[in-house]
Design a protein around this ligand. Structure first.
Ligand code: FA5
Length: 335
């Protein structure tokens, strides 16, 4: 019996891990442990000896339990200290890279354009992507037989509405809501049922600009557009202005920007011409002023509609517009 205790104590003191202590507990106190078997063997003894040996065995059992608990504390503390020593933090190690989102290049350019016009006193407004024929066409002096109204160019909805083909319907809505005189820009997504290529998307972004005053001039219009270009590109860009036909302006112009993707030498983006068609503009047609509730003998206006998506391509030298809405993070990560 003395051996039982001294042997258990020696093994407990020699144990260095919690796993060792668990093994000792099983070997002495488990179902088939040495103390358990000895207690079970008491039944074969006569009553006097049974009581005496039983008391001794129970004391040894308690002593083993106490010794195990004490050693378990010591071993656990030693294990923690060893881990702390081994797992020292090295503050000089470089950190793990944190994936950080950022704005899409379209949004970045859009915010720059909005900011620029906001600082020049323009209202920045949002209008509807789902429009009616009146605002998208009729009010803009686009007659029913105009090719732009062709089913092949416009996405019509079953209820007769359509996805706006340009941001110009905002002109009518702005004239009808804003106090005159005013200047406003309205950016937004537009849709055209078109085949796509390096410079054409079916879904792209435009920014419309509109100024209404007693007297406006083409010179005002050109100056606003040149300010926008200088602001977005951060430097002077080479442009060319040519006559352009839009039913809602008279006179009308188209402005092209020297292709930055190829530097003007010719590429798929500029269709080998060295120039990228960039925006349409002109003085607001009297019929459009009337549709906006204004008297053309009292009010004049100029308007422009710039391809925001193309602005992004030219600013960053991107060679294909289809990257913009591709949702491909390999592309967006680059900005
Ligand atoms: C218009 O959309 C007129 N509403 C612009 C306007 C407004 C003229 C006010 C006069 C006064 P246009 O279809 O040319 O015009 O488009 C204007 C610009 O949008 C183009 O110069 C071009 O930069 C861009 N654009 C046109 N079609 C596409 C397309 N499929 N994909 C990408 N950009 C396009």
């Amino acid at each position: 019996m003395d051996d039982l205790w001294s042997e258990a104590r020696a093994r407990i003191e020699a144990a260095t891990t919690t796993a060792d202590l668990r093994d000792i507990e099983v070997a002495w106190l488990g179902k088939k442990g040495r103390i358990t078997l000895a207690l079970r063997g008491l039944g074969a003894l006569d009553p006097g000896e049974r009581r005496e040996r039983g008391q001794v065995l129970n004391r040894i059992k308690r002593d083993i339990e106490d010794a195990l608990a004490r050693r378990r504390d010591e071993v656990a503390r030693a294990e923690i200290e060893a881990r702390v020593r081994e797992e020292r933090v090295d503050p000089t190690l470089p950190g793990l890279p944190v994936a950080c989102g950022h704005l899409h290049p379209l949004t970045q350019v859009l915010e720059d354009v909005e900011d620029l016009f906001d600082r020049m006193g323009y209202h920045v407004m949002d209008f509807y992507e789902v429009e009616d024929e009146f605002h998208n066409f009729e009010a803009l002096n686009i007659p029913a037989d105009h090719p732009a109204r062709d089913l092949q160019d416009t996405f019509y909805l079953e209820d007769g509405h359509l996805l706006r083909t340009h941001t110009s319907p905002g002109q009518i809505r702005a004239m009808r809501t804003l106090p005159k005189p005013f200047r406003a820009v309205f950016p937004g997504r537009v849709y055209r049922f078109e085949a796509t290529d390096a410079s054409h998307e079916h879904t792209f972004h435009q920014v419309e600009g509109l100024m209404i005053d007693r007297s406006v001039s083409v010179a005002n219009l050109l100056s606003a557009m040149m300010t926008m270009l200088a602001g977005v590109f951060g430097r002077r860009v080479e442009v060319r202005l040519r006559p352009g036909y839009f039913p809602f302006v008279e006179p009308g112009f188209e402005l092209d920007v020297r292709c930055r993707v190829c530097g003007g030498r010719g590429c798929p983006m500029c269709k080998q011409s060295g120039w990228v068609e960039f925006l349409g503009c002109g003085l607001v047609h009297p019929n459009v002023l009337r549709a906006g509730g204004l008297d053309p003998s009292e009010w004049e206006g100029w308007a422009f509609g710039v391809g925001l998506s193309r602005l992004v391509l030219l600013r960053y030298g991107i060679d294909d517009i289809r990257w913009l809405m591709s949702g491909d993070v390999r592309f967006t990560r680059g900005f």
